[in-house]
Design a protein around this ligand. Structure first.
Ligand code: SAM
Length: 328
């Protein structure tokens, strides 16, 4: 029988979100402080050898999907080399990437050739000035160029992640729907999460996506649907188009009962829940030279500590780390 990682709440863990750096070339208002500099140092990051070894152990325990994330993963040098090494792991079935796409134009082809099959791109506004304000300095045209390059390279599907914020970008949701229809992208709308001071202050702009869905239903015919590999999003399709819209609602309707994932930070901490601080440090074990079986035991022991759910609603002050540490 194939091995499986099962947590105390009978959930099968088959997905690792792998942060390859905590650094980012943007400072999105809900994610990182404008002047933030307190990043980990490259010598603290897991090396490609250490990452490959850890992910191999996960795949031997039943993990089938890995997403490269960050920080901004494209700021880590030689990312396509890492992608190729992970893609070569015999039991890995799905390798994907989350990116802000600022540097995607120059990397899209190499990533695709290295085995990255699909990407999620963060994009909260189609208005250049607003995009710059939300990201504190980002240039929208770079992201649009990156998206075009991704399509050209063959990455499919391309999903747009839009964090919806009242009085910031909520007036643009219909435009984003139209953009995704025209571009043949999938759209995922995300509620702001109270992670770190930045996430908490952005939560002042929180909007329930239930309300957004009702609003969209006045203009578009929305049909409930499923999206393979769609994760926690609940999807609708827009009648008469190819567009699917996913609603990611950690606050208004959490989806912890179906959680199938853990997160490995760039410095090798295995976070067991996005909304809790529980973690197991794998890097010291790797650098002490533990064997493969001990590594697998450490992973199994960690999964046995996976919390049941986050407390974003009940305890919004709880999570001090920024989203950029674990990559969403
Ligand atoms: N740099 C990559 C990117 O832009 O997609 C990957 C890392 S980024 C931290 C992953 C996702 O987390 C992005 O879609 C971002 O919008 C989202 N995010 C960051 N902070 C958030 C918050 N406080 N609430 C909701 N989503 C957040």
């Amino acid at each position: 029988m194939e091995p499986r990682l099962i947590d105390p709440f009978n959930r099968t863990i088959e997905y690792v979100r792998l942060s390859v750096t905590d650094r980012c070339d943007l400072r999105c208002m809900y994610c990182l402080p404008a002047d933030y500099r307190d990043f980990s140092e490259p010598e603290e990051w897991l090396t490609f050898d250490e990452i490959e070894r850890t992910i191999r152990a996960f795949t031997e325990l039943g993990v089938r999907r890995v997403r490269l994330t960050g920080g901004e993963p494209l700021t880590r040098h030689h990312l396509p080399d890492l992608a190729a090494r992970l893609n070569a792991l015999p039991r890995l079935e799905d390798l994907s990437l989350s990116t802000n796409a600022v540097q995607l134009k120059k990397h899209a082809r190499a990533l695709f050739q290295s085995g990255v099959q699909r990407i999620n791109v963060s994009l909260d506004s189609l208005k250049p000035e607003r995009f710059t304000a939300i990201t504190r300095g980002g240039k929208l045209n770079k992201v649009l160029d990156g998206l075009a390059a991704a399509r050209e390279a063959g990455l499919r599907p391309i999903k747009i992640n839009m964090v919806v914020m009242k009085d910031v970008n909520d007036g643009e949701i219909e435009d984003m729907v139209q953009f995704c229809i025209e571009q043949d992208f999938t759209l995922r709308l995300i509620e702001t999460m109270p992670m770190g001071d930045t996430g908490r202050s952005a939560s002042n702009h929180y909007m329930s996506l239930e309300d957004v869905r009702r609003r969209l239903a006045e203009r578009f015919e929305l049909v409930p649907t499923v999206m393979p590999g769609g994760g926690p999003a609940r999807y609708v399709s827009v009648a008469g188009t190819n567009l699917r819209i996913g609603f990611i609602t950690p606050i208004s309707q959490h989806f912890c009962a179906g959680c199938n994932r853990v997160r490995l930070s760039a410095d090798g901490a295995l976070y067991l829940c996005l909304g809790q601080e529980d973690k197991v440090e794998l890097r010291p074990l790797l650098r002490q030279g533990i064997g493969d079986e001990e590594l697998k035991t450490a992973i199994r022991t960690a999964i046995a500590r996976k919390p049941e759910k986050h407390d974003f609603r009940e305890q919004p002050q709880k999570i001090v780390r920024f989203m950029s540490l674990t990559g969403g």
